[in-house]
Unconditional design. Structure first.
Length: 509
């Protein structure tokens, strides 16, 4: 017996058989032999037995439903199977043929992995594959998986966890697959915190193959290694030699300290010419990652910097960082390529950081959540004036006081490009005296369309329902096009015939 469920509109729902077919709105399907087993890391949801009751079907029923589906299913996840019956193998082949993306852990016996390998030769097959807990698969099973990857003419994304295995044959099979598959564009190597470190010689072999790849465009490394510094140096070498990467996401806390991190940063931007760069980690565990503040600012302000999106997590300034950036240096700093910045989980001097970063002329999205920011005035050049560029600003979970919030809201009418703002989790929300200032200011702003007051809990939604209601009308008008009604010396009055369209659209948003 198997259990399966799907997600619709990002919500957990049971999958019900209607006339023996899959509903048209099914995009993600989970298939499991155990109602209590739900270990798929990518979905991060509650166990099945904590959700709504699911219908239970046999393999033949699900095979028929999948085969009769008129379209491919975006993602199918298969976990914890032991059987190798003919009905089960037929179901697997249906899944392999109907999925655009496939995630699996334990498929069963060797026959199941042989089915996977044979299915990979089809035209218009899988585009994305995630294999988790590879260290729990036998050598033969891992070889069959990677032989399928090598044979595929459609696979573009591969995500693998469990390279901590000591089996050289497994890593050799992966390297062979990377060498033979010339369509693969996205590679992720990740491991859980509880897993052993990836052996250094495996990492070095993998990096050498990545350096030689001409098709790989995106690389994400979220694993720990036996020899941090040696692997970090090897990654710098990869970045110097690979000419195809345009996206790099690395948990640098596992790749050494000091100059190694700085070399990765500079080489990725100036040599590899990546357009997207993410360094750090989402959760701060142990020692913070150190990076020289002056060096990375100087790198980003180089004329040959083409970086568009930057993400720094749990990054701290090292002892080499400048304590003060002079006015002369500020006046010469300029970057026109970076459009999106995310800086989170840091105790960096954010005021000094923002003053410096406001010299960057193209930033449209700025995520400063989960820091210690209290003063917001350094952001004024990005928000106010003819050169203002910022469209989205996230200040969730900072230290914004009531006084600083009021000062910020008093300038709201001057922020003519800002569309989205996050303010949840700040101290000023615990008082009410700022609400009158905000209520008056939000009506005078003609661009702001969305404000996030909530960090996720139902209690938050109840607490801020009143202020959300106050802001709802002007924000809805802005979404409907109210900014077109704003008259200044350079604009023409809105034609009378357009008023009804603006008001109708605002009422439906």
């Amino acid at each position: 017996m198997i259990v399966y469920a799907y997600f619709s509109d990002h919500e957990y729902n049971p999958l019900k058989a209607i006339d023996g077919t899959l509903p048209n709105n099914v995009s993600n399907v989970l298939v499991s032999s155990d109602r209590n087993e739900y270990s798929v890391s990518a979905w991060n949801q509650s166990p099945l037995n904590q959700g709504p009751l699911n219908e239970v079907f046999d393999c033949t029923t699900l095979t028929k439903m999948i085969n009769q589906s008129s379209t491919k299913i975006e993602t199918i996840t298969v976990c914890k199977f032991e059987e190798v019956s003919s009905a089960y193998l037929k179901m697997l082949m249906s899944i392999f043929n109907k999925a655009n993306g496939l995630t699996f852990g334990k498929l069963g016996g060797d026959e199941a992995y042989a089915c996977f390998q044979s299915s990979m030769v089809q035209q218009n097959g899988l585009r994305e594959l995630e294999v988790y807990s590879l260290e729990r698969r036998s050598t033969l099973q891992a070889q069959l998986i990677f032989e399928g990857v090598a044979l595929s003419t459609s696979l573009e994304k591969l995500k693998v966890s469990g390279l901590c295995t000591e089996e050289v044959e497994v890593v050799t099979a992966l390297l062979n697959a990377l060498e033979r598959n010339h369509r693969l564009k996205h590679l992720e190597v990740f491991d859980c915190e509880s897993m052993p470190d990836v052996p250094t010689h495996h990492a070095l072999l993998l990096f050498e193959q990545i350096a030689l790849s001409n098709s790989l465009e995106k690389l994400k490394l979220d694993a720990t290694f036996e020899d941090d510094d040696q692997v970090g140096t090897a990654l710098v070498n990869v970045l110097e030699r690979n000419g195809s990467l345009n996206y790099l996401d690395v948990d640098v806390s596992s790749l050494g300290r000091g100059t190694t991190i700085q070399d990765i940063f500079k080489t990725a931007i100036l040599d590899t010419k990546v357009q997207e760069l993410a360094l750090g980690r989402d959760v701060v565990i142990g020692e913070d990652v150190l990076i020289a503040f002056d060096d990375w600012i100087d790198t980003l302000c180089r004329d040959d910097c083409s970086l568009e999106r930057l993400k720094l997590l749990a990054i701290e300034p090292s002892a080499r960082a400048r304590s003060v950036v002079s006015d002369k240096e500020l006046s010469t700093m300029k970057n026109t390529s970076v459009k999106e910045v995310e800086l989170r989980y840091t105790t960096l001097d954010c005021s000094r950081f923002m003053e410096t970063f406001c010299r960057f002329k193209s930033i449209e999205v700025l995520n400063l959540a989960n820091n210690c920011i209290s003063v917001l005035s350094p952001l004024d050049p990005l928000l106010i004036g003819g050169s203002a560029t910022l469209r989205s600003l996230n200040l969730t979970n900072n230290d914004i006081s009531e006084e600083n919030a009021i000062e910020f809201f008093q300038k709201l009418s001057q922020m003519k490009r800002l569309r989205h703002m996050g303010l949840a989790g700040n101290p000023f929300l615990e008082s009410e005296s700022w609400m009158d200032v905000f209520s008056n200011a939000v009506w005078r702003n003609k661009s702001l369309e969305c404000i996030n007051w909530w960090s996720g809990s139902n209690q938050d939604r109840q607490d801020f329902s009143a202020i959300a209601a106050i802001a709802n009308v002007p924000l809805s008008l802005n979404r409907g096009g109210q900014r077109a009604l704003e008259i200044d010396e350079s604009s023409k009055p809105l034609p009378a015939g357009l008023w009804s369209h603006v008001l109708e659209r605002a009422a439906t948003l």
